[in-house]
Design a protein around this ligand. Structure first.
Ligand code: OGA
Ligand code: MN
Length: 316
């Protein structure tokens, strides 16, 4: 238990994830307290803030700015609610009229399914995402599902056999937004017949260094389509094996959302995450809103051109 200005930090999993208690984000936050939170994020990868008490979208955006450049959505789908802040991503299960989406809403359902595969936000972009902050505005009834799961991709790297570390050291994965959607929705007419090679691709090393801690991370996400310089099948087999390794139960933390106003912050350059299904789907409101902070570190652009990042798509 460490404390700074009344903050209590408690580790929730053997290797990562902490909970911060005693934090009221409706009040001004000193730099010392903010730094304590950011240090915890770098150390633990995931910071859970029960009853964070962010009063509204504006406060959510302003708090997120302290981590860096907050991503603005360039495009708001007509199938989403017209939320006033371009920095707020709608992660809810609500349609443009504020009604719970059902299976007949192909556009939204396919995106929700894509989100249920392990990923790091924005890994398909030439400039990747650093921090994401997700806040619960309205939750479905308890025990109807919808927890968010995390996987410790730094510990998973550390535990790899030395020969695997040597084998993957210089490998580069090629990421594609379309690949995640096709994997999650093999029969959807929205993605069928499209080729990842006709759409934007982003290149990142399989092993990236988490700069603030200096620890390597397995940057292996469901957007990774193949490995450069390897036959596609062989690369996909390696990607599958590494994903299985990272997402073993011992590396997974399940965050059960409990109260409206709870927030979770995670570092996409250290951990993976995914949404999980539940019986609430199609029935109850799950109104989640997210901000994303762009990576400004040395690995921000991977092996991509910063020029290409100027018109990259929204994080997903
Ligand atoms: C996200 C995300 C998971 C969830 O917000 O980036 O993947 O449980 N959310 O809603
Ligand atoms: Mn996500």
């Amino acid at each position: 238990m460490a404390s700074s200005e009344g903050l209590q930090i408690r580790q929730l999993h053997d290797s990562y994830v902490c909970e911060v208690a005693g934090l009221d984000l409706s009040k001004p936050l000193s730099d010392a307290t903010f730094n304590r939170i950011q240090d915890a994020l770098h150390q633990y990868g995931v910071v859970v803030i029960p009853r964070a008490n962010l009063p509204d979208d504006k406060a959510h955006v302003e708090f997120s700015r302290r981590f860096g450049e907050v991503e603005k959505s360039k495009y708001r789908s007509p199938h989403m609610r017209p939320l006033p802040y371009a920095e707020i991503f709608d992660i809810s299960n609500l349609d443009e009229k504020g009604e719970v989406v059902t299976n007949s809403n192909e556009k939204r359902i396919t995106a929700i399914r894509g989100n249920s595969l392990w990923h790091a936000d924005g890994s398909f972009n030439p400039r990747r995402t650093y921090v994401s902050m997700l806040r619960a505005v309205e939750l479905p009834p308890a025990s109807t599902g919808g927890p968010t799961e995390y996987a410790d991709a730094r510990q998973a790297y550390e535990d790899l056999p030395e020969e695997t570390k040597a084998r993957i050291k210089d490998l580069v994965a090629v990421h594609s937004f379309l690949h995640n959607r096709q994997t999650a929705n093999p029969d959807s007419p929205l993605f069928k017949g499209r080729s990842v090679y006709d759409e934007p691709l982003a290149r990142y090393r399989l092993v990236t260094i988490h700069e603030p801690s200096g620890r390597p991370m397995l940057y292996v996400t469901s957007y990774a389509h193949h490995i450069e310089g390897m036959p596609v099948e062989e690369g996909q087999k390696l990607l599958r094996e590494l994903t299985e390794h990272i997402t073993q139960p011992k590396y997974v933390f399940t965050h059960e959302w409990q109260n409206k106003g709870d927030a979770v912050i995670w570092d996409n350059t250290a951990v993976l995450h995914r949404a999980t299904p539940g019986s609430y789907e199609g029935k109850y409101v799950r109104d989640m809103r997210r901000t994303c902070v762009m990576d400004s570190g040395k690995g921000a652009y991977g092996l991509n051109s910063p020029e290409d990042a100027k018109n990259q798509r929204n994080s997903s």
